[in-house]
Structures are given as structure tokens and as C-alpha cells.
Design a protein. Sequence first.
Length: 467
Amino acid sequence: MIADSISDKDTLEGNLRADGFLPPRISMLLICAAYVAAFVLVYKWVIVPVWGYEGFRYNTTPAHAVTAWVLAVLPSLWMPIKLTRPSQVVYWLLYILVLVPVCLVPIYSLDDQSRGPLILAACLVGVFGLAGLVYCVPLLPLRRLYLESYELSVVLALLSIGCFSLMLASFGFHFHFISFEDTYIVRAQFKDTLNQVSSLVAYAINWQAWVINPFVMAIGLRSRRPSWVLAGAAGQFAIYSIGAFRSIFFSAAFLFYLLWVTRSTRTFGIRLAGTWVAIFTGAGALQFFGYGLIPEQLVGERMTALPGLLTGYYYEFFSSHPLVHLGHSIFRSFVTYPYALEPPSLIGYSYFHNASENANANVWADAYANFGYPGIIGFTLLLAIVLWLYDSVAANCDIRLAVLVFAMPAFALTNVGLLTSVLTNGMGLAMLLVYLAPSTTDEGSRDSALEDVSVRRRNFRWKPSMS
């Protein structure tokens, strides 16, 4: 225990030297505060003037604004700085792409200028903090079924053949670039075709796009095999050609970015937050000075501001209308669903006057639509369990590979509910594939790794303090 304490002290001192004059936590606080400040400025001067027709407004009281800013910065006090578990990337994505926008956008945009949106933001910050406690819980010691590298390659190849066969039978062969201006036309045709074929096709497309192709690219990136990276990227481009989903088109760049961010696990949180502030601010500056609309549309409006706005719409609508209690989903046999449209189409019709507008939100908006505030608490608890299970499954896997494999299916949490992410978008499949992946430890060290987990569990219950 004394040696561990000395090691921790040396690591902390190393962090202070590596990060400059400020302690890492202070640096994190300042970076998150800079992100909130940049968000508010870009929102006021770029997003509202350009995309105000979608409902973005800048209207609130100073007291509400300051409270929202404080709530948005507050998680910087506990956000992970050092990368110790792969799911911490998911935790960070939820913070920068969902939690900060939800704390800010509804405060400015909703007609409800009462304390309701602030209470929603405070609730989300609270449950988000509770979810972060999962990183204090020892991992579950699992007996693994390890495949050899060639065996995993065969599994990925067979899954790809099956998925692409279903896609080719339904959509034919497509491999061409689709202009961003034609996105919604192609996507409408994609949805029409998808409604006429088996539901297995939708699973095949999602699993291939969100899990299998990223897994292939991740293996290529970590093992420095360009052919694997190109194969996965080509698969993503083929899927983009039939559905025009920009998240799929930019998935390779997203994985390259995460690979760079996780290069230093010791300063991971600072690198991720700092680079995201630069990306977000740069995209907003390009639009403000008239140099480009597309970067800001992708980064500032679609990825960040819109999830906040849609969460506000979900909160506003389902605060005055009946909750759905998963009546459109797994409880449809037990619950009477009160609407003719599913929640995303319902919100699209109510706020955008278009039932075909699929206003998907995120894990917490979906939770509120189903069960209100108890749903937010319950689904956050389930999310924490999912993250803990994935970290347990990936305990003996290369941590950067585990990050890359889980990043894309987990990214879906910023756009859909938890159950959809686990089943349809492949978080469960990613967990299974990582469970089967070859271990980075040799055969003789597996038992010692499990023993280390057991020791950490005992240390978690009682750890004497050192004076």
C-alpha cells in the first residue's frame, strides 16, 4: 500500500510537470468553462441567426443563464482525466454532445421560461455524476472465451458477408458519393425501401455500419494494417451510398481522432476536451466570417446544439402530454400506446409540422418521454451498468482498441434511446465481439489478471489512508 501511494504521488507530480503550471483538475475546469463560453457565443452569433427557423432562440433571464452555465461546467470537477477504462470515452461524448447542450439550449429556446428547464438540467447533471461513480466500482472478473486472431477474422468476415448480402438483396449495389445537398432526398428513399423489406435488413445495416466496419478499421489502426482500414472505410462508404448518413461517412475520421486523443492515456481527458473546444470554435468561426457552412452545420448545429433543442422539445411536450411507457417498444403488448405516431415522428410533427421528420433525440430525452424523471434515473442506472459490463469484458483487451470498437455504437446514444443503442445500433454486439477478441495478456497472466480484479474489489471495501 505504501508503494502504491508513492507511485500515485510520483504519477501526480508527473502530471503536474506534463500539464504545465496548473494542476490537471484546474486545467480541466478552465477548458470546460471555455467550452461553455464558446458554446454560448457560437449559439448566439451563428446558430440562432442561421438556424433560428428550427426553433433556436436567444431569450432568457440573466439569472437563468448564469445558473445554466454553472450547471454545464460543474461536471468538470469529476470528469475523468486519465483513461483507465474504455467506456470513459462514452462518458465524455455524452458530456460534450448532450449534457452541455441540454443545460444551455432549452434555457434559451423554450417558451417555458420557468424553473422547469433548469430543474431538468440539474437532474441530468446529478444523474450524470452518479453514473460516473461506476468508475469507482471494481470490474467484474469474467472467464473469457478467447479466439485466435484468424478465428476472429473469420467471424467478422462471415458477419460482413451476411449483412452485405441482405443489403444487396434489398438496395442493390451502390458505391458513389452523395452530395450533402441531396441527403434528405436519398434518406427518404432509403426509409421507403426499408419499410418494404424485412426488419433483419435494418439490423444488418446498423450492425455493419456501427460495429463491424468500425471493428475492422480499429484492428487495422491498432495493428497498422492499412488494408483493414481501407476495407472498413470502403464498407462505410457503401452504406453511406444507400442511406446518406453523414455520421457513417465521417466515421473513419472520427476513429482517427479518437486514436490520436487516446495516444496519451494519462492526459486523455484534457486532450479530448481541449481539441473539441478548438474544433467547435473553429467551425463556428468559419461560418461567422463566411468561409464555410458545412463544418458548422455538422459540428455546431447537428452534433451539439440540435440534441439540446430536441431534448427541450421532448421535455416540453411530455410534461403536458401522456408519457409513452415503452408502449411503442418492448411493452407494446402490455401498455396502451396513446399516440398514432412514435415519439420521434410525434415531436417532428408537433414542432416541425412534418410527421416524416424523425426527431430522434438521445438517451435522456427518450427516457423522459417514456417515464419522466424516474425514467431518467432508471435509464441512467442501466447505462452505468452497460458501461461497467463493457469495461469488465474489455479488461484484458488493448484499451485503445476497446475504445475504438465501442465509440461508434455508443455515439448513437447522442441520437437514440438506450435500448435502441444496445440492440439495434449494436452496443451489445460490440460487447460480444470484444469478449471474443484475443487478449493482450498471455495465457499465464490471465489468472493473475483475474486475481488483480479480486484484490481491487477487496481494496474497494477498505483502504487505509496514509498520513
